[in-house]
Design a protein around this ligand. Structure first.
Ligand SMILES: C[S@@+](CC[C@H](N)C(=O)[O-])C[C@H]1O[C@@H](n2cnc3c(N)ncnc32)[C@H](O)[C@@H]1O
Length: 226
């Protein structure tokens, strides 16, 4: 019998997440995967950035495509608000079957999530006029991007206890460079050391109320050039 690497788990709001056998952590909060993604990445990230200067186009970098939930919710936001998103997602351990999460999704969302998982790696994939996806299969710690490429980074790595190598000042310094002035970095993590390390590389940080089950989350902003 082959060992199951990804296990599907239903969360508190009825949406699904997964657990990878190698990591002792689910991909989202067990209190509600969709609720957490909406709160941390869409409302406190994408909607916040889109509202700044009434942006009509947003370049997003996601650390960890995983189930594709953040990409799906970003797609839905782009369509509903009439903005264009260029979405780059880095993933080292792609789901073998991204479609295990389709159950219970409305038909149009299931179709988009399937398309997200079917898009090829390392090539632009235009879902429609509102959303262009570039999936990058790589270790995030090895990645480089040109300076000032992104407006927004979704930092959705496993927690610092599980993957300390993804929460280093050196990686924060690189991400600071990849963001445009005024660019925004968001995560579900609220650890004091993470906040201090972000501040040390130049970010202005805010502690915001977290999603259900978490008191706080972090948002970091790269100051505008003076
Ligand atoms: C907390 S989950 C987030 C999943 C995803 N954002 C979603 O909405 O399903 C962390 C993700 O990071 C990926 N990952 C872990 N280490 C990585 C690395 N070094 N480089 C790139 N991706 C990595 C995992 O495979 C997993 O998909």
């Amino acid at each position: 019998m082959t060992k199951e690497i990804f296990r599907r788990i239903r969360t508190g709001d009825g949406s699904w997440t997964v657990r990878h056998a190698a990591f002792a952590e689910t991909y989202h909060s067990i209190h509600g995967a969709r609720t957490e993604s909406m709160h941390v990445f869409i409302r406190n990230g994408l909607a916040y950035v889109a509202a700044l200067g009434g942006k009509k186009s947003v370049a997003v970098l996601e650390m960890g495509l995983g189930t594709g939930l953040n990409a799906l919710l970003s797609y839905e936001y782009a369509r509903s608000q009439g903005i264009k998103i260029r979405y780059t997602a880095v993933e080292k351990f792609p789901l073998q079957n991204g479609e295990i999460l389709l159950e219970g999704l409305p038909e149009h969302e299931a179709r988009i999530l399937s398309e997200i998982h079917r898009c090829p790696w390392h090539a632009p994939c235009e879902l429609d006029a509102f959303f262009e996806l570039q999936k990058v299969r790589a270790d995030f710690t090895d990645k480089t991007f040109p300076a000032e490429t992104f407006d927004l980074i979704y930092y959705d790595a496993f927690s610092p206890n599980i993957q300390p190598e993804l929460w280093t000042p050196e990686l924060f310094r690189r991400m600071f460079a990849w963001l445009r002035p005024g660019g925004v970095w968001v995560t579900y993590v609220a650890k004091g050391q993470v906040r201090r390390d972000l501040q040390a590389v130049g970010f202005a940080t805010e502690r915001l109320p977290g999603p259900p089950g978490k008191r706080e989350m972090l948002r970091a902003v790269k100051p505008e050039k003076s």
